[in-house]
Unconditional design. Structure first.
Length: 211
């Protein structure tokens, strides 16, 4: 079973939004609403920065990405926390299935968050970030790698994520998609894309009943 990070395992929207707004303020732009920035998350830091500046009134400086990462890395866990029920869910699943994380967030930040929130032990080395050897989601290469190394099949693998990017990744790898509608990435999800066999959850504790 493979989990997305932001908006699925952890609620990181406020830290991401405040980091992006601090960068905008440094560049003389007004802040954007937290919910607006939350809808921009999912395709990696570079895309988030580009989207933030596209929505602002100032041009994006050449060093915007490095400045954003410096700001965000200094405050990864100021407000970020697991969604209610996530630790209990992982604790109940760890003896039944192999658990992994697939995110477009850079790996160092991903590991810092997992370790800081005491979640890293559920995944060990089965964590792939957006700066690794595989293309970012929705390219299915990273998910296929996790499936192969776990010795399972796509049809028995579930990718849990809150965004259309996760949904696309699961389908591209012929895996099962579980859409976490509680996550901030679900805002604006094109629900007309959903298939009859896609799984949907509104709380983490709903997931075990679907297995």
């Amino acid at each position: 079973m493979v989990f997305d990070l932001d908006g699925t395992l952890v609620d990181s929207r406020r830290d991401l939004a405040e980091s992006a707004n601090e960068l905008l303020a440094q560049c003389g732009a007004v802040s954007l609403p937290e919910a607006t920035i939350g809808r921009m998350v999912g395709d990696g830091a570079a895309t988030l920065v580009a989207r933030v500046f596209a929505a602002s009134t100032v041009p994006q400086p050449a060093d915007a990405l490095s400045r954003f990462l410096a700001i965000y890395n200094s405050r990864l866990l100021r407000f970020t926390c697991p969604y209610a029920g996530i630790p209990e869910l992982l604790d109940g699943l760890r003896s039944r299935v192999t658990l992994a994380v697939l995110t477009n967030k850079p790996l160092p930040a991903t590991r810092s968050i997992l370790e800081g929130l005491h979640l890293s032990g559920y995944f060990d080395d089965r964590v792939l970030g957006g700066d690794g050897p595989f293309p970012r989601k929705p390219d299915p290469a990273g998910l296929r790698h996790l499936i192969t190394t776990a010795g399972v099949t796509p049809s028995t693998t579930v990718l849990v994520g809150d965004s259309v990017i996760d949904w696309q990744t699961a389908h591209a790898a012929s895996a099962v998609s579980c859409v976490a509608r509680y996550g901030f990435g679900y805002d604006g999800f094109p629900t007309d894309l959903l298939h009859a066999h896609d799984l949907l959850i509104d709380r983490p504790d709903e997931f075990p009943a679907l297995l």
